[in-house]
Design a protein around this ligand. Structure first.
Ligand code: SF4
Length: 480
């Protein structure tokens, strides 16, 4: 399971934006490893460098030196819609009658095909099959008739789905978050400018201060001289649909997402996991890396409760093996788990062990882990998961798995326990997630754990009264 993308935008007073963008992308590398790109503007023209690969491989000093200008946007990508190839790498840039446009997108539109057909019928030629190009063309078309703010608003009225965008129109850098706030986006202040980023860790990397999250439905326009920003609340909704998995898994623990430090949230979720389904074993072990904060919160709550559990880092991770989901076949995925994790025998031998992870997707990793720990001599192996069972796919930009690959889609918890070979298995409840995040269930996206989505997705049910905007000749013009 992986996040698809990270976005950033920078506007500075008197130095080039390329290096701050590059460092920010490094900080967001966990959000996408397939391609990396930066587009800058020097007041006269756009400069772009987009390559396949990790940030460190995509740029060298020469490439950064050629990205002139004090304003720019950047992107790291793991393929969402559009496939794995260079033409879908971002930022997407285009020149048109009223200037140049660069776009970096995190999320996934669910009505891109409809808008694309409409634009194709109007003569727009597309170079990729990704949804970001659809947004770029729609915005370019609206910019021919409207000012910047109204053009963005009109596009927001037509696209449906999940999006956190950084946009560059000539040398103006913009940030937009979809009206449900599904994917994160925040604003930071630097000594000499402002930054927009998917996660606050990118702002920290630049020695900046987090100002706040961009609100759902809000447009932020950074001043081209780095002196400030303007805010426009373009769309209001009664409820949000923040992706709860950002807190559980995707975001860095040192990031603040929607006002909550991810590390604190995960520790608290670990405490709730103990409260709901704790089991008194000799050892509690995280599955590295994402299970770590859950396990420390779980062990602390257990010991506060009078249990005597040892928190042990008993699984060692080989950091040079790619994530298991990159392996296309089941056989390769299974081997990758063995390559990636190795138990420290003395921490588990002749002991009862609880392993804590953030999620179970296909079940492959959990099965292998339980096996590894039993082989290392554990007497009992219990599994606790810091999220509810994943029963349905994600359409909002997370590469999860299809329904028939998800182990929990059609199996009970006890059937899963049997498949992975654990002595016991429990998941965290949805209510605990909502409580810890301090939000009503209706303000979260819970699509992958309920099968009901906050967007109108073909063939799926919704958890609220929502429908796709009408596109084509009947579409409504932008309001004032
Ligand atoms: S379906 Fe799941 S992973 Fe996708 S946005 Fe919603 S909560 Fe996040």
């Amino acid at each position: 399971m992986t996040e698809k993308c990270g976005v950033v935008g920078v506007s500075l007073a008197d130095r080039d934006a390329a290096r701050p963008l590059y460092y920010s992308l490094y900080a967001l590398q966990h959000r996408g490893q397939e391609s990396a790109g930066i587009v800058t503007h020097d007041g006269f023209q756009q400069h772009s460098h987009v390559e396949m690969g990790l940030v460190g491989d995509a740029f060298d000093a020469d490439a950064l030196d050629q990205l002139n200008g004090q304003a720019g946007i950047g992107h790291v990508r793991y393929p969402t819609s559009g496939g794995v190839n260079a033409c879908c790498a971002q930022p997407f840039s285009v020149s048109f009658k009223s200037g140049s446009l660069g776009l970096a997108h995190n999320g996934n539109l669910v009505n891109a095909a409809e808008i694309r057909s409409e634009l194709e019928a109007l003569g727009h030629a597309f170079t990729s099959n990704g949804d970001t190009e659809v947004i770029a063309h729609d915005l370019a078309r609206n910019l021919l008739e409207e000012d910047l703010v109204r053009a963005v608003k009109r596009t927001m009225g037509r696209i449906h789905g999940s999006y956190a965008l950084t946009i560059m129109h000539d040398d103006a850098v913009l940030g937009v978050r979809d009206p449900e706030g599904n994917r994160p986006l925040c604003i930071g202040e630097l000594d000499d400018g402002y930054v927009l980023a998917s996660e606050s860790a990118a702002i920290d990397t630049l020695d900046g201060e987090l100002v706040r999250d961009v609100a759902p439905g809000e447009l932020i326009v950074l001043e081209p001289d780095g002196s400030g920003f303007d805010s426009y609340q373009l769309v209001e909704r009664d409820a949000t649909a923040h992706c709860f998995f950002e807190h559980v898994y995707f975001a860095r623990p040192d990031s603040i997402v929607d006002d909550e430090l991810v590390y604190d949230v995960r520790r608290e979720l670990g405490g709730e996991l103990w409260a709901e389904s704790g089991i008194d074993t000799d050892v509690v072990m995280p599955v590295p890396d994402s299970g770590r904060s859950f396990a420390s919160g779980y062990a602390e709550a257990a010991n506060d409760d009078g249990a005597d559990v040892e928190f042990a880092e008993g699984l060692m991770k080989n950091r040079y093996v790619g994530r298991t989901f990159i392996m296309p076949t089941q056989d390769e995925r299974e081997r990758a788990v063995r390559l990636k994790l190795n138990p420290i025998k003395s921490t588990v031998e002749d002991k009862t062990v609880t392993i804590i992870d953030d999620s179970i997707v296909r079940g492959t990793t959990s099965t292998q882990l339980v096996d590894l720990i039993r082989d290392a001599g554990a007497e009992e192996v219990h599994v606790r998961i810091g999220a509810p069972p994943i029963v349905a796919p994600c359409y909002m930009g997370i590469d999860m798995a299809s329904r028939d690959e998800l182990i929990a889609a059609d199996k009970s918890i006890d059937e899963i326990r049997e498949i992975i070979g654990a002595d016991s298995l429990s998941y965290l409840s949805i209510d605990a997630i909502a409580d810890v995040l301090g939000r009503a269930r209706g303000d979260l996206c819970l699509g992958c754990v309920t099968g009901e989505y906050p967007y109108d997705i073909e063939g799926e049910s919704t958890d609220r009264d929502v429908s796709r905007p009408v596109v084509g000749s009947e579409s409504a013009p932008a309001d004032d």
